[in-house]
Design a protein. Structure first.
Length: 149
């Protein structure tokens, strides 16, 4: 891990005020913030691991678990929910065989997230896989899309 983070951390050594940009860069390299990386950031910035973790947990942008190769975002906003968004989400979780309480498949191929609203209410229900928007979904159509990936 040191070889990946070394150049980032060297540029900010001792700069406690750079915590957020450093965490962003570390997450960009690793895809998430494992405990070891948080400890290294703390050592480089002159902060405790708990201080760094406190900053990271305050912001929703930071992830603490390895993410899947593909991200599936399922809208649960009012329009999508009324049009069957919960059924779509249930179908996605079932198709991917997500373990109870987990959002990433054991093989790290998919991570599933819920979103409050994409702003595509006329297309409800909607899911986005990576950067591709799928609209007017049914549970069967959502399963079909996932199986093609």
């Amino acid at each position: 891990m040191q070889e990946k983070l070394g150049p980032i951390l060297a540029a900010y050594r001792g700069q406690r005020g750079a915590t957020i940009p450093v965490l962003q860069k570390v997450q960009a390299v690793l895809g998430y913030l494992p405990e070891e990386a948080i400890a290294e950031v703390g050592r480089a910035l002159g902060m405790s691991k708990n201080e760094v973790y406190g900053v990271a947990t305050f912001y929703a942008q930071f992830r603490f678990e390895k993410q899947g190769e593909h991200t599936v975002k399922c809208c649960q906003g009012t329009a999508c929910y009324v049009q069957g968004g919960r059924r779509i989400l249930d179908a996605i979780e079932d198709e991917l065989k997500l373990p109870e309480g987990k959002v990433t498949t054991p093989d790290y191929k998919f991570t599933v997230e819920t979103v409050a609203c994409f702003g595509a209410c006329a297309l409800a229900p909607v899911m986005v896989v990576d950067d591709t928007v799928y609209s007017k979904l049914t549970p069967a159509k959502a399963r079909e899309i996932l199986n093609k990936i």
